[in-house]
Design a protein around this ligand. Structure first.
Ligand SMILES: [Zn+2]
Length: 230
């Protein structure tokens, strides 16, 4: 039997575990049937579930990281304001990026069992999908989806690792994780494993990342919610 996630798949360097639903959207082969079953049940509850972002490889995450670090992509703070990175230390920039974007090699989207979802039929016609917390809050368009997920996702072995802010990654009420695979990823993605990947990468802020790596590992990678049934 093949492994659920190989070392390369864990860090986004191999996508052979992925089934592609369309050109951009991939999901771990062994999470597909649970996703379909959950989507069908959601449909009968009036929710048309869609994946906004599924599998993401290392290079794509690296591009996001480097563009944010250099200022080509804006970095926002917790209030949604754009930060002026000119006046920030490298350490501050790294922490600000990590609030919204994973360290390349340590994104759960590499695993393919983690997906960002929304309900297409709840998105107002004149509104673009943002994937921001207000959309899933009590007066946002996806509140019904949030409520449905809180009650039903665990029946399909999905849960929300970023269900609330824990001092590391921001709340992400759209980010679902399929536990039978994710538990394996969480166990196997060690600090050593990430260190080896960062050392080899052309990543901006590398020296400072390496200095902070064990803190980053604790605060942004391990500091997450877990599945609770019932
Ligand atoms: Zn996500």
């Amino acid at each position: 039997m093949t492994k659920i996630l190989s070392e390369k798949q864990l860090t986004g360097h191999d996508d052979s575990h992925i089934t592609w639903l369309d050109e951009r959207t991939g999901i771990h082969q062994q999470a597909l049937s649970a996703w379909i079953a959950m989507s069908e049940e959601a449909k009968s509850a009036g929710l048309d579930l869609k994946i906004a972002s599924g599998y993401r490889g290392f290079d794509r995450q690296l591009t996001i990281w480097n563009r944010k670090f250099s200022g080509q992509l804006p970095i926002k703070n917790q209030q949604g304001e754009i930060l002026n990175i000119e006046v920030m230390t490298e350490q501050e920039i790294i922490n600000a990026i990590l609030y919204f974007s994973a360290l390349p090699g340590a994104s759960r989207h590499h695993w393919g069992c983690d997906i960002d979802i929304y309900a297409a039929n709840l998105l107002p016609a004149n509104q673009k999908l943002q994937l921001e917390p207000w959309e899933f809050a009590a007066d946002g368009p996806f509140y019904l989806l949030s409520q449905w997920l809180a009650k039903n996702a665990c029946r399909f072995d999905f849960y929300l690792p970023y269900d609330k802010f824990r001092g590391g990654v921001a709340i992400e009420p759209w980010h679902l994780s399929y536990w039978p695979i994710a538990q394996y990823g969480e166990k196997r993605l060690t600090l050593n494993c990430i260190e080896a990947v960062i050392l080899k990468a052309e990543i901006s802020g590398k020296n400072e990342i390496m200095r902070q790596l064990s803190k980053i590992y604790q605060n942004y990678i391990q500091n997450i919610g877990s599945i609770h049934y019932g």
